[in-house]
Design a protein around this ligand. Sequence first.
Ligand SMILES: Nc1nc2c(ncn2[C@@H]2O[C@H](COP(=O)(O)OP(=O)(O)OP(=O)(O)O)[C@@H](O)[C@H]2O)c(=O)[nH]1
Ligand SMILES: [Mg+2]
Ligand SMILES: [Zn+2]
Length: 353
Amino acid sequence: MLHIAIATAIDTLRTIGLNNLGAGKLAALDTTATMRPMRITAIHGEWMTVHDGHGDRQARALPRLLSRLDDENDALAVGDWVAVDDLNGEPWIALRAMPLTQVARRANDGRRQVLASNIDTALLVMGLDLDFNIRRLERYIATVQSADIVPVVVLTKADIAGDADGKVAEVQRRLPAGIAVLAINGLSDAAATALQPWLGTGQTLCLLGASGTGKSTLTNTLAAAGQDTGGTRKGDGRGKHTTTTRSLHRCASGACIIDTPGLRTWRPDADERTLAATFDDIAALAQRCQFRDCQHELEPGCAVRAGTDPDRLANYHKLLRDARRVEQTPLDRIAARAKWKAIERHLRGKGKR
Ligand SMILES: Nc1nc2c(ncn2[C@@H]2O[C@H](COP(=O)(O)OP(=O)(O)OP(=O)(O)O)[C@@H](O)[C@H]2O)c(=O)[nH]1
Ligand SMILES: [Mg+2]
Ligand SMILES: [Zn+2]
């Protein structure tokens, strides 16, 4: 039921990124008259910063909400729309609106970890210095697209890179057409102009990338956020993990941007089929393979192998293999290993003849 408190707040919440679909999800919550709709803008352990469009407060979440989400392998994240209740003068997050999108990953122990919610565009940040790695970029893109979020490739440090235009062309050649690739200087206001198409009012962006690539630098340029930025460790060009928590900031353009700590590993939280579908260039070519169930490995008449960059295809296979491994039960894994051992033995035997 659309409660009066929610209905009157919706216009104010638009200034912190609420769109019509999000408003619908908020309206679907079973709120009471004392609850107020807000957005989670930062999480520091048990305490979260929530914003109502005018100002922010620190709140905790009701244990019954936390345990219900936990049961569903879900969790509160920066960007969530929530209903905050007043209990004895203290704000408590009582309900969460169903997120329109979530950026999530699998932790090492296999648990699902939500990084951010209600994201329209993910800026995949990669430095044009030592950090440059197209395979990693392809993994990020597949993960983001399988969550129905638009990826934009942002190559930073264009001002100090040798051949920024050449690198942009290299990335564009490798990726399917339709994925935007930009080279920017994150310290310059020109970065806001380059990103303008994704920075409209009501849009929420999320920065993803390794440490030291310039996510916080870009956040400061777009949102005057005052985020700490770090130097780069001498020698290996890697960042120092300056940012340690995720936080949402308002840009002058009316968009919201979520700064995140550098990703070390990012194991996708998506099944094999969904990930495969994000490689739409490969899916299109696969229609023309000789065998309907072609795996694009060694089969004759494979249109994918003939028409795809070999490194892109190798990365595709690796990503799907990794996804399969996460989905597999220990018994499946033993069976798969036995099968490969048998094939290897077979091939070795052939080689000897
Ligand atoms: N010249 C130049 N320096 C940049 C650019 N972007 C970032 N830097 C510098 O790179 C260093 C790291 O930038 P940060 O913004 O802290 O990187 P980060 O991605 O937030 O790193 P973590 O918080 O550790 O994940 C800082 O010294 C920045 O000034 C850029 O486009 N050009
Ligand atoms: Mg940072
Ligand atoms: Zn094929």
